[in-house]
Design a protein around this ligand. Structure first.
Ligand SMILES: Cc1ncc(COP(=O)(O)O)c(C=O)c1O
Length: 400
């Protein structure tokens, strides 16, 4: 339509939202569908956090807030970075946005000029390349491999950097692969970045609190303090505190960048919802008991799903360190004929046939830039996960 902006031709709709929509449609038709597409914890927001929000409403804390966030929350964020990551930020170096998503948008809006390149390891969270494109930049993808557990190698990063590179996006634990970098694996990447002072680092630490076993989370500036002046460390309450609908994300970084992001946000939303900000203060400052309890539950689910998927014919599922996703390969099923009689040529065919035949909704890997794979979110009950994995095993066994 001539009326619409050219930019729309460069932006794709979210595949994860499309899968959820398709699953809902089938359910509305009365089909028995298990949705494993959603990227949110199935737990309820903890009561202490809800109560803080209710108290904020009752105290009349319902007016516009400072654009970058209420001072109490910015202080809590600075303290969180100190306490959990050993990073020193003044409250003025922090910003609160309407979800982590808006933090990223602000950062790209505030920094990207046409021709600027943003290096994004694949598989990637679906929104990175679209946000970069909307803001006029050029996404540059660097593939990882299943053999490397979907972790980027230093040589691959080195090759992707050009004089036009503005940002490197780092996401650990990763959506969609669940891969999380150890200190040494991350150090190999930061060693490359140290050699390229024009490249800024955008680290998306959204899944920080969801790592399993004795894995220790690390973030780039913690591993390489000299990157402090060119790193934006992004995080949020959505995943760790089961607060996806509250829409609070935050970041810390160099003051000039934070001020530029504040200016963009000031003309967009004027800041995040006041009530949700007060809830986030409680999330960061209040009891953290909720986190280890949930981690334990997620870990049990991860182990179940990985084990059951590896028993499905043609599926190969590495064991991820974190988040609530697995990213198995379905290469062993490409070229086979599904029970419907259709030949599976791509991972998209695989997920379509799986949904039609067995009523299991997962997202195809090509949507995340690397296939043939698919993403399963295990943020649902063990009972449903077991049933879904049984169905996947049956589907694979029935492919010829
Ligand atoms: C890697 C990653 N970053 C950022 C976000 C956005 O988080 P929020 O819901 O706080 O906007 C998500 C949500 O799915 C995510 O998976």
């Amino acid at each position: 339509m001539a009326f619409l902006a050219d930019i729309l031709s460069r932006v794709k709709p979210s595949a994860t939202i499309a899968v959820a929509q398709k699953a809902r449609e089938l359910q509305a038709q009365g089909r028995d569908v298990i949705g494993l597409g959603a990227g949110e914890p199935d737990f309820d927001t903890p009561d202490n956090i809800k109560e803080a929000a209710i108290a904020a409403i009752n105290a009349g804390k319902t007016k516009y807030t400072p654009v970058s966030g209420i001072p109490e929350l910015r202080k809590a964020i600075a303290e969180k970075f100190k306490r959990e990551n050993g990073l020193e930020y003044k409250p003025e170096q922090t910003i609160v946005g309407t979800g982590g998503k808006q933090i990223l948008f602000n950062a790209f809006m505030a920094t990207l000029n046409p021709g600027d390149e943003v290096v994004i390891p694949a598989p990637y969270w679906v929104s990175y390349p679209e946000m970069v494109s909307i803001c006029g930049g050029t996404p540059v993808f660097v593939n990882t491999t299943l053999e490397d557990n979907f972790k980027l190698k230093a040589e691959a990063l080195e090759k992707a950097i050009t004089p036009k590179t503005k940002w490197f996006i780092f996401n650990s634990p990763s959506n969609p692969s669940g891969a999380a970098y150890t200190h040494d694996e991350l150090k190999a990447l930061t060693d490359v970045l140290v050699k390229h002072p024009h490249v800024w680092v955008l680290t998306d630490d959204m899944y920080e609190h969801l790592t399993y076993g004795d894995f220790k989370f690390v973030t780039p500036v913690e591993v390489e303090p000299s990157l402090y002046d060119r790193t934006l460390t992004m995080n949020g309450v959505s995943k760790a505190y089961a607060m996806t609908g509250w829409r609070i994300g935050y970041a810390a970084g160099p003051l000039a960048l934070i001020k530029a992001m504040d200016m963009i946000q000031g003309q967009q939303t004027s800041g995040a919802t006041s009530i949700a900000q007060w809830a986030a203060v409680e999330a960061l400052n209040g009891t953290q008991d909720f986190i280890p309890a949930n981690k334990k539950i997620f870990e049990g689910r991860r182990d179940l799903v990985v084990s059951m998927l590896n028993q499905a014919k043609g599926i190969n599922c590495p064991m991820p360190e974190g988040a609530f996703y697995v990213y198995p390969s379905c290469a062993g099923l490409i070229g086979k004929t599904a029970p419907s009689g259709k030949v599976i040529e791509t991972d998209e065919d695989f997920v379509t046939e799986l949904l039609e035949t067995e009523g299991v909704a997962v997202v195809h890997g090509s949507a995340f830039g690397l296939g043939p794979n698919f993403r399963i979110s295990y943020a649902t009950s063990e009972k449903l996960l077991e049933e879904a994995c049984n169905r996947i095993q049956r589907f694979c066994a029935n492919c010829r």
